[in-house]
Structures are given as structure tokens and as C-alpha cells.
Design a binder for this molecule. Structure first.
Ligand SMILES: Cc1cc2nc3c(=O)[nH]c(=O)nc-3n(C[C@H](O)[C@H](O)[C@H](O)COP(=O)(O)O)c2cc1C
Length: 136
């Protein structure tokens, strides 16, 4: 089955926009499930929105997207890209939490996360992730 990557933006609901505990709960479930499903990717929360890239086998990406669409911690999920790809951008990362670093903010260049083109979304997320350690 080919490798697939989806990138989406969503609006955080309620305390999901600011709470560290909510983020920790999301990351805990993501680490467990994504290791099981050989999914990799990155999650960023910024300005009340989430942006996330998920890559893996298409069936596994689609199953996660179904769970994500049903998750009340965010809403208005819109896909920036959803396509078969030749290689992973985030190998070894079951789900890395990235911050809006100054370098990433320069890529965003005042735009809203939901205004990013697919290519720019990839550059933003790889830029924000590249200095972060690969987990064991
Ligand atoms: C912004 C956001 C990102 C998420 N990312 C993932 C993820 O990468 N992998 C995952 O399994 N669940 C993720 N979740 C949680 C899922 O929506 C869902 O709650 C979870 O997969 C259910 O798994 P469980 O039955 O093992 O608790 C995310 C939720 C939110 C709000």
C-alpha cells in the first residue's frame, strides 16, 4: 500500500486552545496509537488553531482522520493536502509537538495557518521540527 500524507488545519475548541493538559492527553494517545499504526507526523498549536501532518499507510491515515473528525476538542477540520507521497517528511516521529519558532513564523509570514498552500505547510512543519530530537 502506498505511503500517504494528510495535512489539516482545525480550530481548537474551548480550553483545547490553551491548556497544556489537553495537549499532553492528545500527545499521549497519539504516541501510543501512532506507534501501533506506523504513523508519523507533527502537531502544532498556534493562535487557537491546530495544524497537523500525518503520514503512513493510507488506510491508517484515513482511520485516524475519521477519529479526528469526531474529536470535540477541535472543529472545522479542513485538509490542506491529502496525497500519496514517495517518502516520509517526519521519519522516526510518532507525533512530534512543534512550536511556532521564529524560523517557522518567517515561513508563515503573517498568513493564517488555514491560508497555507500544501507546499508551504510542509515547509512550515519541517522548519519547526528540524531542530527537535528524534524520540527513542
Ligand atoms: C488536534 C488533535 C490531534 C490529534 N492527533 C492524534 C494522532 O496523531 N493520533 C491519534 O491516535 N490520536 C490523535 N488525536 C486524538 C484522536 O482524536 C482520538 O481521541 C484518539 O485517537 C482516540 O484514541 P484512543 O481510543 O486510544 O483514546 C488527536 C486529537 C486532536 C484534537
Amino acid at each position: 500500500m502506498p505511503l500517504h500524507r494528510a495535512i489539516y488545519v482545525s480550530d481548537a475548541v474551548g480550553e483545547a486552545a490553551t491548556s497544556l493538559l489537553v495537549l499532553a492527553e492528545i500527545l499521549g494517545a497519539s504516541d501510543r496509537n501512532n506507534r501501533r499504526d506506523s504513523l508519523t507526523g507533527v502537531l502544532m498549536r498556534h493562535g487557537g488553531r491546530f495544524i497537523q501532518a500525518i503520514e503512513g499507510r493510507r488506510a491508517d491515515v484515513d482511520r485516524l482522520m475519521d477519529r479526528l473528525r469526531a474529536d470535540p476538542r477541535h472543529q472545522n477540520l479542513r485538509l490542506l493536502s491529502d496525497q500519496d507521497v514517495p517518502v516520509r517528511l517526519f521519519p522516526g516521529r510518532p507525533m512530534t509537538l512543534a512550536q511556532m519558532t521564529p524560523a517557522a513564523a518567517r515561513v508563515l509570514n503573517q498568513a493564517g495557518l488555514d491560508q497555507l498552500s500544501p507546499d508551504r505547510a510542509e515547509v512550515l512543519l519541517t522548519t519547526a521540527t528540524e531542530a527537535l530530537p528524534i524520540p527513542a
